[in-house]
Design a protein around this ligand. Structure first.
Ligand SMILES: Cc1cc2nc3c(=O)[nH]c(=O)nc-3n(C[C@H](O)[C@H](O)[C@H](O)COP(=O)(O)OP(=O)(O)OC[C@H]3O[C@@H](n4cnc5c(N)ncnc54)[C@H](O)[C@@H]3O)c2cc1C
Length: 268
C-alpha cells in the first residue's frame, strides 16, 4: 500500500559542525495543524536520485512534538545520496521542500519513566534530544518524575559534540540530568571524559548501585517471571552505528542486564 506522503518545508538549516559536516534542520508541514509523534520516532524521507529511482531513508526526529514542526540532525555520508541531498538543500532563500512519511518506530521511552541511561554517538544524538525536550520542556511540566537521566555522548573531537551548549544548559538547570560527553581523540586541552561510551557506562551503573545500596552487577530477574511482565528500575537507550550499539549491549549484558532493559536504534 502506498504511504501518504507529506510535504515538509525547510524553515531553518544550520551547520552545527563544519568538521563533521553535520546539519540541523527545522521543517514545517503546512498541510497539517499538528504533526504528533512520540519522542524518539523517525520519519522516512523520500526523493528520486540522479537516475530517477525513488530513494527512502529514515531520519530520527531530533525534537519533541511541537505543532506542525519537526527537526532533524543529519551528517553527510561520503558518497551517500540522501544525506548529501539534505545537506545541499539551499538555506537561502528559505523554503525548499522534501517529502516524508511517518512518524515511525518504537525507539521510545519506557512508561512510566525510570532512571535512564541514554547512550549515543554521532547523529545518534537526534532521538536523545527529542527525549530530553519531552522530559524537561523549557516551559511546562517536567515529565522526568525526578528520575535520574544520564546522557553519555561519544564522538571523536570537541568540534563534533553536537548541541553541547544546549545540554550543558539543561544539566545546569535540572539536577537529575547528567551530561557526559566523551572524546575518543581528544586534544590535551580537553578536561572532560575520554575514550568510548562503553567504557563509561559500567562506571555510571556501579556508582548508581553503590548510592542506592544495591549490589553490582544486579542479580538476574526471577527466570519464572514471563518476559512481558518484567519491569526494571533502569533502562538503557542506545542509538548510533551498529558497532557501538553492539558494543554497549554486550557490556550491559555482561553486567547482568536483561535484553528487555536495553532499547536500541541502529543507523546502519
Ligand atoms: C531508524 C533510523 C534512523 C536514522 N536517523 C538518522 C539521523 O537522525 N541522522 C542521520 O544522519 N542518519 C540517520 N540514519 C541513517 C540514514 O537513514 C542514512 O542511512 C544515512 O543518511 C546515509 O544515507 P545516504 O543515502 O546518504 O547514504 P547511502 O547512499 O545509503 O550509503 C552510502 C554508503 O554509506 C554507508 N552508510 C550508510 N549510512 C551510514 C551512516 N549513518 N554513517 C556512515 N556510513 C553510512 C553505507 O553502508 C554505504 O556504503 C538513520 C537510520 C535509521 C535506520
Amino acid at each position: 500500500m502506498a504511504r501518504e506522503l507529506l510535504t515538509a518545508r525547510l524553515e531553518r538549516k544550520e551547520c552545527i559542525s563544519e568538521v563533521a559536516q553535520c546539519y540541523h534542520f527545522t521543517f514545517v508541514i503546512d498541510e497539517l495543524e499538528s504533526f504528533p509523534f512520540t519522542a524518539g520516532q523517525f520519519v522516512s524521507a523520500v526523493a528520486p536520485d540522479a537516475n530517477g529511482k525513488v530513494q527512502t531513508r529514515a531520519y530520527s526526529i531530533a525534537s519533541a512534538a511541537n505543532g506542525n514542526k519537526f527537526e532533524l540532525c543529519v551528517n553527510r555520508v561520503e558518497e551517500g545520496f540522501f544525506s548529501n541531498h539534505l545537506a545541499d538543500l539551499p538555506d537561502l532563500p528559505i523554503g525548499s521542500e522534501i517529502q516524508i512519511h511517518g512518524p515511525h518506530g518504537h525507539f521510545i521511552l519506557h512508561a512510566p519513566i525510570t532512571d535512564s541511561i541514554l547512550i549515543a554517538t554521532g547523529t545518534g544524538i537526534a532521538p536523545m534530544r527529542g527525549y530530553l525536550q519531552w522530559l524537561f520542556p523549557a516551559e511546562g511540566q517536567d515529565r522526568s518524575n525526578g528520575k535520574q537521566i544520564w546522557l553519555v555522548y561519544g564522538t571523536r573531537h570537541e568540534s563534533d559534540i553536537y548541541y553541547q551548549a544546549e545540554f550543558e544548559a539543561l544539566a545546569a538547570r535540572v539536577p537529575n540530568f547528567h551530561y557526559l560527553p566523551t572524546l575518543s581523540r581528544a586534544l590535551e586541552s580537553w578536561t572532560g571524559l575520554r575514550g568510548y561510551v562503553q567504557e563509561h557506562v559500567e562506571r555510571i551503573l556501579s556508582v548508581r548501585a553503590a548510592g542506592l545500596g544495591q549490589p553490582f552487577p544486579a542479580p538476574a530477574p526471577d527466570p519464572t517471571t514471563p518476559t512481558a511482565e518484567l519491569n526494571f528500575e533502569i533502562y538503557a537507550y542506545i542509538c548510533g552505528l551498529n558497532e557501538m550499539v553492539s558494543g554497549v549491549r554486550e557490556r550491559l549484558t555482561a553486567v547482568g542486564w536483561h535484553r528487555k532493559q536495553i532499547v536500541f536504534e541502529r543507523y546502519d
